[in-house]
Design a protein around this ligand. Structure first.
Ligand SMILES: NC(=O)c1ccc[n+]([C@@H]2O[C@H](COP(=O)([O-])OP(=O)(O)OC[C@H]3O[C@@H](n4cnc5c(N)ncnc54)[C@H](O)[C@@H]3O)[C@@H](O)[C@H]2O)c1
Length: 329
């Protein structure tokens, strides 16, 4: 596959909820024309509003090279799958339901050519399962973004059993042009990379709470101020190199046998589901949310995203800078 210049490439995004919208913004900022397919009527109202306000946020944060109107003129919102005809790549970003995704792939493949890359933003459904639902499964893979897609550098590309490694490498290259630091997972392991890691952390954290050994707040404090202080710079393994590997060996021997292997649901999570808590979405969650508090967290997250993206950019884009910084000090 020979990539067109990204600026000439039209990208389709099917599903314009939370993630679909911010993926549209990310693609617009990378210079693409975007076809945004709204599979449900609500999307036709909420997605343009959300995308407009995200572009406004980008404008205020100095992330735009052109006017907001310029970017908006490059996106088409429609319920008509026929418009995907001109796309070189189509990103599916609809609710996490296998049967609904299957139906959406049927609609996409009825329109686009066999060489058009189709990808899912699924967080958990195996790519090898989803790719059975498209003709020419070689061109299907997972492209997993992090919210808000226009401000995060994360992008996880996952091959299913039948994905062509060449096509996956082409997407990997393209992702750099989207300003990402992509990862390429050649084997379709459950949870891919990031969820595999985070769910081990969730299990351990919930177990500590369930056993009343520490509070939610203490666990969050520990994670924010320990891991949070180095993780964007160096990840896990460089951290280990910097901390002295022999110490880890001793710790592993002592701690591994103590970690949770629980494979059923923690009682606190069952309770939270039973009371229909949806976290900041309905101000009912693991923490209490008095009036206005959930909105404050949304705003803080949005500001933090901007700051962390600039910081990560500074360190990741120009690795020499890291050397210079520390050589100079
Ligand atoms: N929210 C996140 O942080 C996040 C992160 C990574 C991956 N994902 C994945 O991205 C996908 C979308 O998640 P989201 O958070 O944007 O969800 P969302 O609930 O915000 O949006 C869901 C969208 O799915 C589509 N949809 C709903 N019902 C449909 C139907 N019956 N038929 C066809 N389309 C329908 C609509 O476009 C709707 O806006 C999921 O696969 C999810 O696992 C989400």
């Amino acid at each position: 596959m020979t990539p067109q210049h990204p600026k000439n490439m039209t990208v389709g995004v099917v599903g314009l909820g939370l993630m679909g919208s911010s993926i549209v913004v990310s693609l617009l900022l990378s210079g693409h024309k975007v076809i945004g397919i709204a599979p449900i009527a609500d999307d036709m109202v909420s997605a343009p509003e959300r995308i407009n306000s995200q572009l406004l946020h980008c404008e205020k944060s100095g992330l735009l090279n052109n006017s907001k109107e310029h970017y908006l003129s490059k996106v088409l919102f429609t319920a008509n799958y026929e418009t995907l005809k001109e796309c070189a790549i189509v990103l599916e970003c609809i609710i996490e339901k296998e049967d609904i995704k299957k139906e959406v792939y049927r609609k996409i493949t009825a329109i686009v050519g066999d060489d058009v890359v189709i990808a899912s933003n699924t967080s958990a459904i195996p790519i090898s399962t989803l790719q059975q639902y498209v003709s020419n499964p070689k061109r299907f893979m997972g492209i997993h973004w992090a919210e808000p897609a226009y401000a995060t550098r994360f992008l996880e590309i996952t091959c299913g059993k039948e994905t062509s490694p060449e096509i996956a490498k082409w997407v990997f290259k393209l992702a750099h042009q989207w300003g990402k630091e992509p990862t390429l997972l050649r084997k379709d392991i459950r949870g891919f990379i990031t969820n595999r890691l985070m769910y081990a952390v969730y299990r351990e954290a919930l177990t500590i709470v369930e056993q009343e050994e520490a509070t939610l707040d203490d666990i969050d404090k520990s994670f924010r101020y320990d891991e949070g202080s180095w993780i964007t710079l160096m990840g896990i393994f460089r951290r280990m190199d910097m901390m002295g590997l022999n110490n880890y060996l001793e710790m592993f021997k002592n701690i591994f046998p103590k970690l949770s292997n629980k494979d059923d649901i923690h009682s606190i999570m069952q309770y939270i589901i039973d009371i229909d808590a949806k976290g900041t979405q309905n101000s009912k969650g693991l923490y209490p949310y008095p009036e206005g508090e959930a909105k404050k967290w949304d705003r803080a997250f949005s500001m933090f995203n901007k700051d962390i993206s600039i910081l990560a950019d500074e360190y990741a884009q120009n690795r020499a800078l890291i050397k210079d910084k520390y050589n100079g000090e």
